[in-house]
Design a protein around this ligand. Structure first.
Ligand SMILES: C[S@@+](CC[C@H](N)C(=O)[O-])C[C@H]1O[C@@H](n2cnc3c(N)ncnc32)[C@H](O)[C@@H]1O
Length: 619
C-alpha cells in the first residue's frame, strides 16, 4: 500500500482515523489541495472521553498536515493538553447553539469542519444545521461514522427519515440541484459519500468542471461517452490524454465515433467487448429505467479506480426510477453495517464495489473500488484490506512512530492475537522511554497475556508511583497481587481503587474476592452486594455474590441471588452450579440435582460439574 502523507501522520500519532477505520485516504483526497493554506479547521470530538489528558491525536495530525492552519478542537469533556500555539481545545457540546455561536464568532469562519463527536444522529444533524451555514465559501464539512444511522443505540433506523443522518444528507443531496435552486439553501456544491463518511462542499459560485473531472485531468483516460448524436461536446474532450468512444457525431479527437442505441443492453455489451475496458463512463443519454439498466450492464465490467457518471439522479424527480435507485446506493454504501442491525434489508450487490458516490451539480459520479470491509477492522482482523493496512502501519511506526501511534498499533495487534508484532512494538515503546498511563495499560495487558506476572508486577509498581490516583492502575495492581496471593498488598491497592472510583462495580468484586480469601466472608458479601447495586443488570456480579453468600453460610439468600442471576442470563453455567450447591445445603436435593444437570448441559466438558453431580446422585 502506498501511504499518503496524511495517513502517515495518522499512523504516527495513533488516531483511529486509520488502522481501525480507513478514513485518512479519503481525507487526503479531500484536503491535499488545501495543505499550505492559512485555513481554520474545527474538529468536533477531541477523543479520550472522560480522561482529561487523553485524546488529541487527530488534532496533532491536522496541526502537522496543515502547517499554516489554526486548529480548534471541541469536546464535551474537559481536556488538559498542550498541542502547541496553533491548536486550541474548548469544552462544550456540539449541540449547544450558544457555545457554537461563540465558537464561530471567536475562531471562525472555518474552512474545514469535521464531526467526530457523539455520533448520535440527532446531534449530527443539529450540529450540521448550525455550523454548515457558517462555513467559509469553498469550505468542506465532513461527518465521520455515519453508519451509526443504522445503529438503534445511536438513534439510528432503517427508515431514512429524520433524525437518521444518512437520510438527512441523502435528502439534501437529492434537492440541491433542482432547476430553480442551483445549490439549494445550504449552498452545497457537492456531496461525497464514502464508506461511513460524508463530505459536503460549500461553494456559492460552483461552476466549471466537477471534482470528478479534476481528478482525471492529468491521467490518460479511456472514456465512453453515451449521448445522443447531436449532443454538445463533452467537457472531457478537452483532456490532454482523453481517448473517447462517443456516440456524438462530429467528434474529431483521439478514439472513435460509434453508432447505436445507448439504451440497448446488447449495444452496450458490444461497446465493452470492442472498445473497453473504460476508465470513465459518462451516461448523458439515458434516464429513468434505462439509466439504471445501462449502469447495471456497464458498471460490473469497469476496472477498479474507474468512474461512472450519470446525469442528474439521484433525486431530481421524486418519481424517477434512476433517482430512487441511486438514492438507495447512497444509503447502501454502508451495507456492511446496515445488515448488522437489519439482516433482511435489501442490498444492491453492486454497492460492494462502489467506493464513493459523489453528487455534483447536474451529475452523480461513482468511483469503482472494493467497498466490502467493516466499519472497524477490529471486527475482522483478517480482512485482506486490514492486513494491508496493518503492514503499512508497522512500516511507518518502525521508521518513526510516536508513543501513541505505537500504542494504538500494539493494542490492535494484541486484540488481533498477533503477539509477535505486539511484542516488537512494545520493545520500541520501551526504547523510546514510554511512561504514560496508556503505555502501562497496554504493556501490563501484554505481560499478562504472556503469563509474565513478574514483569506485570514490576511495571504496575512503577505506574502506581507515577499515577497514584489512577484507579485502573490500582485495580490492575490489586489483580496481579491477588494472583500472587499477596493478599495484604492486593487489599491495599483495591481499597485505594474503590476510594478513587466508588461507583466501579468490578473493583468491588475484586475486593470482595480478596476479603473472602482472607476469611472475612461477611465483609466480602457486603462489597459484592455493592457491586450488584451499582450494576443491577449484570448477571456475572450476582453469581459472584451468590458464591460469596454460600461461603458466608447464607444459603437462602444465596439461592435467591443466584436465581436472579439466572433470570438475567440463563447461559452462565456457574450460576446453575452454585445454585445447586446452595440448594443442596438447604436440603432441596431433587432440585439441586436438576440444577446441576443444567450446568452440565451448558458446559458438558466441565469435569468438576460432573463430579459434583455424581456426588449429589450418590449422597
Ligand atoms: C471518537 S472520539 C474523537 C476522536 C478524535 N477526533 C480522533 O480522531 O482522534 C469522540 C469524542 O467526542 C466527544 N463527545 C461526545 N459527545 C459530545 C458532544 N455532545 N459534544 C462534543 N463532543 C462530544 C467525546 O467526549 C469523545 O472524546
Amino acid at each position: 500500500m502506498r501511504v499518503d502523507p496524511l495517513t502517515k501522520l495518522a499512523i504516527t500519532y495513533g488516531t483511529d482515523k486509520f488502522g481501525y477505520h480507513d478514513y485518512t485516504p479519503n481525507y487526503y483526497k479531500l484536503f491535499k489541495h488545501l495543505r499550505n493554506k492559512p485555513l481554520r479547521l474545527l474538529e468536533i470530538g477531541v477523543g479520550g472521553y472522560q480522561d482529561a489528558d487523553r485524546g488529541g491525536e487527530s488534532l496533532e495530525v491536522w496541526r502537522d498536515f496543515f502547517p499554516e492552519a489554526q486548529i480548534v478542537g471541541i469536546d464535551i469533556q474537559k481536556k488538559e493538553m498542550d498541542l502547541g500555539p496553533r491548536v486550541q481545545i474548548l469544552q462544550g457540546s456540539q449541540v449547544d447553539p450558544d457555545f457554537l455561536a461563540d465558537l464561530v464568532r471567536d475562531h471562525g469562519p472555518f474552512d474545514i469542519i469535521i464531526d467526530d463527536g457523539s455520533h448520535q444522529n440527532e446531534h449530527v444533524v443539529t450540529s450540521f444545521n448550525i455550523l454548515y451555514p457558517t462555513l467559509a465559501d469553498g469550505g468542506i464539512y465532513v461527518v465521520e461514522d455515519v453508519q451509526t444511522s443504522f445503529f438503534p443505540r445511536f438513534g439510528g433506523t432503517l427508515e431514512m427519515t429524520q433524525p437518521n443522518s444518512v437520510g438527512f444528507f441523502a435528502a439534501l443531496s437529492a434537492g440541491f440541484d433542482a432547476p430553480d435552486r442551483p445549490l439549494g439553501e445550504m449552498q452545497i456544491a457537492a456531496v461525497e459519500r464514502f464508506h461511513n463518511m460524508i463530505a459536503m462542499h460549500r461553494d456559492a459560485s460552483a461552476k466549471g468542471p466537477g471534482p470528478w473531472l479534476k481528478t482525471r485531468a492529468q491521467e490518460p483516460a479511456r472514456i465512453l461517452d453515451l449521448c445522443l448524436p447531436e449532443a454538445p461536446a463533452l467537457e472531457v474532450e478537452r483532456l490532454k490524454n482523453a481517448h473517447l468512444i462517443t456516440l456524438r457525431r462530429g467528434y474529431k479527437g483521439e478514439g472513435a465515433v460509434v453508432d447505436g442505441n445507448p439504451g440497448s443492453t446488447r449495444f452496450l455489451k458490444s461497446l465493452i467487448r470492442d472498445h473497453g475496458p473504460f476508465d470513465v463512463v459518462v451516461d448523458r443519454a439515458n434516464s429513468g429505467d434505462s439509466a439504471v439498466a445501462a449502469f447495471e450492464t456497464l458498471y460490473p465490467a469497469l476496472p477498479d479506480g474507474s468512474l461512472y457518471l450519470v446525469k442528474g439522479a439521484p433525486g431530481t424527480a421524486a418519481d424517477d426510477p434512476a433517482a430512487s435507485y441511486f438514492a438507495d446506493v447512497f444509503t447502501q454504501i454502508d451495507h456492511r453495517e446496515i445488515v448488522v442491525n437489519f439482516p433482511d434489508a435489501p442490498i444492491n450487490p453492486l454497492v460492494r464495489d462502489i467506493y464513493a458516490l459523489e453528487r455534483i451539480t447536474g451529475w452523480t459520479a461513482l468511483t469503482k473500488a472494493p467497498n466490502d470491509y467493516p466499519s472497524n477492522f477490529g471486527f475482522d482482523y483478517q480482512h485482506p484490506q486490514a492486513l494491508v493496512a496493518f503492514e503499512a502501519m508497522e512500516r511507518v511506526l518502525l521508521e518513526g512512530g510516536k508513543e501513541r501511534g505505537l500504542l494504538l498499533f500494539t493494542d490492535i495487534m494484541n486484540r488481533a492475537g498477533d503477539t509477535v508484532r505486539a511484542a516488537k512494538m512494545l520493545k520500541r515503546l520501551e526504547k523510546i522511554g514510554a511512561a504514560t498511563r496508556p503505555y502501562y495499560n497496554v504493556a501490563v495487558r501484554q505481560a499478562k497475556i504472556d503469563g509474565d506476572w513478574d514483569a506485570a508486577l514490576v511495571m504496575l509498581r512503577q505506574a502506581v508511583e507515577l499515577y497514584p490516583d489512577d484507579y485502573r492502575i490500582q485495580s490492575q495492581l490489586g489483580g496481579v497481587l491477588s494472583k500472587a496471593k499477596e493478599w495484604d498488598g492486593a487489599e491495599d491497592a483495591l481499597r485505594k481503587a474503590a476510594d478513587l472510583a466508588p461507583r466501579d462495580p468490578l473493583v468491588r468484586i475484586q475486593l470482595a474476592n480478596v476479603l473472602s480469601r482472607t476469611d472475612r466472608a461477611e465483609e466480602a458479601v457486603e462489597q459484592a452486594k455493592k457491586a450488584t447495586e451499582l450494576a443491577t443488570t449484570h448477571a456475572g456480579h450476582r453469581v459472584q455474590l451468590g458464591r460469596l453468600q454460600i461461603n458466608a453460610g447464607h444459603m437462602a439468600e444465596a439461592a435467591a441471588t443466584l436465581r436472579e442471576a439466572i433470570t438475567l442470563n440463563p447461559e452462565i453455567a456457574n450460576a446453575h452450579r452454585q445454585l445447586s450447591r446452595a440448594l443442596h445445603e438447604l436440603g432441596e436435593t431433587d432440585e439441586a440435582l436438576s440444577v446441576a444437570a443444567q450446568a452440565i448441559d451448558l458446559r458438558p466438558d466441565n469435569a468438576e460439574y460432573r463430579r459434583w453431580q455424581e456426588r449429589l446422585a450418590t449422597a
